[in-house]
Design a protein around this ligand. Structure first.
Ligand SMILES: Cc1cc2nc3c(=O)[nH]c(=O)nc-3n(C[C@H](O)[C@H](O)[C@H](O)COP(=O)(O)OP(=O)(O)OC[C@H]3O[C@@H](n4cnc5c(N)ncnc54)[C@H](O)[C@@H]3O)c2cc1C
Ligand code: FES
Length: 285
């Protein structure tokens, strides 16, 4: 069993969950993920690493509450034990001496791009970090980012902090840099990674994305995380999750992520009606 050390709602709908898993914490690297279960008969879901403490043996994840399992994870209290933390899984993000690297995080990527930015800074890269959200109240870890970034930019859809709008402002941000960017690394929702890749393509800047197809085992056995990269089939869990964003078949990925959309609605519906349903069953029996 793995103990929940803390679980705080850092901004509405996003929790920072810290669990004790010393064997995983000893090995994990930026860009890798783990598979978690919140309870014995729960589903396994993949989560990217957002931070860790090797001395304390802890892992921290930024979790967006989107459905049944993330909802359960969000409700875990400190001191609870969870049955499964498997990892580290996937390949670590390549951390080289690239020169100027733009790190972009949105959604849960505001968490998972952090260790990548930190590792790039430690390798003496010039790190430009961009985090984006609908509004300023959905941004977090700004202080942590300022410590590892040469330039830190926020984008909010409503203009409440930083650049107003969307990642479509990337060309202006790139144009304002004293030197051309050598690499872009994006973590977060599929649309953010897709749009960034489309925007960066004409600039010829290598753009690395961390793909998030549906995963089950996370070890290359079930095939459910199949993605097409440069027209070749890859398994995101073992060949990725990082790939060149200019080579991803985004339409296929978006389509496959929606495969179980009807079934995914059931746990939320049933948990809300659980008491009512139990009462009804009781009446019938
Ligand atoms: C490598 C990887 C890293 C990820 N890292 C994070 C992270 O750090 N933080 C975070 O909040 N989310 C992360 N995700 C997405 C997260 O796994 C899903 O949001 C979660 O599984 C949803 O489960 P649910 O039961 O709460 O919602 P559901 O209602 O079951 O699903 C909501 C949506 O989440 C996606 N999803 C559902 N089940 C899975 C699954 N088994 N694997 C992948 N996607 C699924 C589907 O697109 C689905 O439409 C990551 C996904 C991958 C593949
Ligand atoms: S999750 Fe099963 S092969 Fe990748």
């Amino acid at each position: 069993m793995f103990k929940v050390i803390s679980n705080e709602m850092v901004v509405p709908n996003i929790h920072l969950l810290t669990v004790e898993a010393p064997a995983v914490a000893a090995q994990i690297e930026p860009g890798q993920f783990v598979i978690l279960r919140s309870e014995e008969d729960g589903e396994r879901i993949p989560l990217s690493i957002a931070d860790w403490d090797r001395d304390k043996g802890t892992l921290t994840f930024a979790i967006v509450n989107v459905g049944g399992t993330t909802d359960k994870l969000a409700s875990l209290r400190a001191g609870t034990d969870i049955p499964t933390v498997v990892g580290p899984l996937g390949n670590a993000t390549e951390i080289g001496e690239f020169g100027t690297v733009v790190c972009i995080g949105g959604c849960y990527g505001i968490g998972s791009i952090y260790p990548i930015a930190r590792a790039l800074k430690e390798k003496n890269n010039r790190v430009i970090t961009i985090i984006e959200a609908r509004s300023s109240y959905l941004l977090f870890w700004e202080d942590k980012y300022k410590q590892v970034s040469d330039k830190f930019v926020t984008i909010t859809r409503d203009g409440s902090r930083g650049v107003r709008g969307h990642i479509t402002h990337l060309p202006e941000i790139l144009g304002g840099l004293p030197e051309p960017a050598n690499r872009i690394i994006v973590n977060g929702c599929t649309f953010l990674m897709k749009h960034t890749s489309e925007i960066s393509r004409p600039f010829g800047i290598k753009t690395i994305v961390s793909l998030n197809p549906i995963m089950i085992d996370g070890t290359g056995m079930c095939g459910v995380c199949r993605v097409s990269i440069a027209s070749k089939t890859k398994f995101a869990c073992v060949d990725g999750p990082d790939f060149d964003g200019h080579e991803v078949d985004w339409a296929e990925l978006l389509q496959r992520r929606k495969t179980y959309i009807r079934e995914e609605a059931i746990p939320l519906r049933t948990s809300k009606c659980e008491e009512h349903a139990a009462n009804r069953r009781g009446n019938i029996v």
